[in-house]
Each structure stands twice: as C-alpha cells, then as structure tokens.
Design a binder for this molecule. Structure first.
Ligand code: MN
Length: 431
C-alpha cells in the first residue's frame, strides 16, 4: 500500500507525543476502571469505527452566493482519492470514499478501483445527481427529475440512476444514495400527491436494477431548492417510500436536513425500530442545511444519535449496521483538516455512547428516576475520550494528532504547487 504522507514523518510525530499520550491514557484508564470500564475494550471498539469520506468534500464548497477556491484543490477523481488517502492515513477512521456521478465518473473503472486500493481505500455508497443539468444532456431537470411531469425527463433520471448502479458494481460499492431536489416553489405548481406517485413509479424501476446484495438509500431533505414543498421532505415520507419499495430500500438521515430543533435521535430510534435505518450523512448545522463540520455546533446531539445507535446495536445485534458518511461543505477551512476533525468527532460520539451504562440507565428508566437517567447519559458525554481515540489511531499506524501531523507534512503546499487551478475543474459543490 502506498502512503501519501511519508510514514517516517508520522512515526516521528507519534514519537514526539508518545509520553504525553501514555500519561493521558493511563490517567483515563484509571478513572474508567473505577467505573468498572476497561479502557482496552473501548480502544479496540474505537478501532472498529469507520466513516466514509465524500469525494466532493475534499474540494472547497461554497454557498449560493460564491465559492472561494482553496489552494491545491483536487482537479479530478484521482487527486480527490489522494486527499482521501491522507485523511485515512492519519485518522485510520475513513477507509472508504463515497463517489458522486457524474462528477467522479471514471473513464476506466478498473483504473480507479486500483488507484483506490493502492491507497488502502474502498468505495462506499455511490450518489446519483439529478439536481443539475450536465453538458450535452437531452432533458432538463429544471422542473424535477424522478417526479417530473415529462415522461422523457423521468426516463433520463431513471437511466442515470441505473448507470450509477452499474458503475458502483464495477467499483465494489453496495449501495446507491438517491437525493432529489424535486418539489415546488409555489403553491399550485405541482400536484403534491401526483409528484410522489411519479417518484415511486420511477424508484421502482431503479429498485428493480439493484443487485441482491445492494441497498438503495432514500435521503430526505426539508427544503431547498424547492422552497414551498419538497417531494421527499421528511423521514415519514422517506419511510413510507422505503416500505412501499421493499426490503432493499432504506432511509438515509442527513443531520442537516431537518428543521432546527428537530429531535433527530428520535427519528433514528424510529427508523431503527422498523428496520429502515440505512445510513447517515454526518455534518452539523445552526439554521438549515449548513453542512458545517460534524460536532462543531451541537456535539451533544451527535452523542444522543449514537446513544440510539448503541441501543439499537444492543437490541438487534450484528445485523444492525447502518452506513456512516460525512457530508459537509468547507468554505473557510482546509477540507482535509475539516474532514479529519469531523471523522474524529463522529468517532468520539461513537465511543462516548459505548460508555453509557445501559443497565443502570434501564434501571433508572424503570424506576422513573428521571434525574439519574439524565445524569447517566451526561456522565458518558462529559468523559473526554480523546486519549482513547489517539491511542486507537497510533496503534493502527495513524497520527496521534492528525491535524498537527498534516500541517507538519507540508502536504497542502506540495499539492498547491502540483495542482494549479484549472477552469471547469471537476465538481466539488454542495450536496
Ligand atoms: Mn447529504
């Protein structure tokens, strides 16, 4: 396997931090032992954590108003893979990449698969794109895609999704994520029920093209670009469609795709209960679909989501395996740094949720000891598990402090020189 950053540099970085990490790890281990928790078990658990990186995340995003490109942005899917390789090399938590077609469409799928595999990367869900028109496309998605009134537009959108499945098969993916921006900007623009009927009709054709071991994940989003009525606006609609389509259809929860203050952890519990939780797009938000770094605004919510996931894993066993992906837009930070920090923050919530004393919590719930039940969650959430995460990384060959190590490596300066900006470079937009 090739490493993008010199492995000797990572080893040197880790050696410098080794004694501090050992001291922090032993102190935390002692504190956890007094609670009856074995730190080694948590460290092993942390090492099992994996979240996919979106290929579009390694480029600078932008807003509806402007995009300010960053230095050394990847100009094609191979350069995106290099950046993803750095993220996984230093965090050891992001072994897969989620591609977006046609932005990342390879001319040779085998070459792309080999490039990924040389970096130790695999491919997670593939994502279709029927929310913008591509050069040379016959039909426009201006008035919708899978729900469009026009049969020709729907046929084009269906064919694109089936093409994504075929591409994904050749890359080793096992799921397709479908998000459509279809909806209406004015009351009366669209027949609300008719649009959903057309959506289901289109999705049935896509579903029929899925291999047996594939999943199609339906991603809902409250609003934007449809500002009056979005066809797949909420988890209820997503759930109803997944039920109507069949067992290979599941729901995908993007944390930013809800109204402010929505109880997302309860949505997670509901979908898990009914076997329809397919996966996540992790990010954070303050107002809407802000696509901010995971855990940057509301880390407690992220913890509560993972608390529900830990509960579901305990109830449902090994069969419960939702897929995790980051889905963020980086406007003012180095995307590699943001994605590394976010992977660590999601992993942190995963480990903190494992710290919840579930037997004690169940007892407090049973006896209606409300205060102690709440405190049980808070105790886990307040525990700083940074040393566990760092130890998990170091043991796997990653960096004790990924961002510090990355900065010391000079990677961004190197790629800034090697990747001069190019007009019309491959998309790194906002999803
Ligand atoms: Mn998303």
């Amino acid at each position: 396997m090739t490493t993008v950053i010199d492995a000797a540099l990572v080893a040197e970085h880790n050696a410098k931090l080794a004694s501090d990490l050992k001291a922090d790890y032993e102190a935390l281990g002692g504190m956890l032992a007094r609670r009856g928790v074995d730190i080694e078990e948590l460290t092993s658990l942390a090492q099992t954590f994996a979240v996919a990186v979106p290929s579009w995340g390694v480029g600078t995003g932008g807003t509806r108003f402007a995009r300010f490109p960053g230095r050394g942005e990847p100009r094609n899917v191979f350069e995106k893979l290099d950046d993803c390789g750095v993220i996984n090399q230093l965090t050891k938590a992001t072994p897969t990449v989620s591609l977006h077609f046609p932005w990342d469409r390879p001319s040779d799928a085998r070459e792309l698969r080999e490039a990924a595999s040389a970096l130790g990367l695999g491919f997670d869900a593939v994502n279709s794109n029927t929310f913008q028109d591509q050069a040379g496309q016959e039909q426009t998605y201006k008035f919708g895609s899978l729900t469009a009134n026009s049969r020709e537009v729907r046929a084009q959108a269906i064919a694109h999704n089936i093409d994504c499945i075929e591409l994904g098969k050749s890359l080793g993916s096992q799921s397709l994520t479908v998000w459509v921006g279809d909806g209406a900007n004015f009351p009366g623009q669209s027949n609300l029920r008719g649009a959903l009927e057309r959506y289901l009709e289109s999705m049935r054709e896509i579903y029929a093209a899925l291999p047996d071991d594939w999943t199609v994940m339906i991603e809902h989003k409250l609003f934007e670009p449809a500002f009056y009525a979005t066809t797949i606006a909420d988890w209820g609609t997503s759930f109803a469609c997944a039920q109507a389509l069949g067992p290979k259809a599941k729901c995908l929860v993007d944390l930013g795709h809800h109204a402010p203050n929505t109880n997302i952890e309860m949505i997670v519990a509901r979908l898990a209960q009914f076997g329809k939780l397919g996966g996540f797009h992790f990010n954070d938000s303050k107002y809407g679909d802000d696509d901010l770094d995971s855990g940057s605004i509301n880390p407690f919510q992220l913890f509560l989501v993972f608390n529900e996931l830990a509960d579901a894993a305990q109830r449902d066993g090994a069969g419960f395996k939702p897929s995790y992906m980051l889905d963020q837009s980086h406007n003012v930070t180095d995307p590699v740094e943001s994605l590394m920090s976010s992977a660590v923050e999601v992993q942190r919530a995963f480990v903190q949720a494992a710290l919840v004393d579930r037997a004690a919590l169940a007892g407090f719930q049973e006896s209606n000891d409300v205060l102690q039940a709440a405190q049980t969650l808070k105790q886990a959430y307040r525990t700083d598990v940074s040393a566990i995460l760092a130890m998990a990384r170091v043991r796997a060959g990653g960096a004790a402090d990924p961002v510090r190590c990355y900065r010391a490596s000079g990677y961004r300066d190197r790629v800034a020189a090697a990747r001069p900006p190019k007009a019309g470079a491959s998309g790194s937009g906002i999803v």
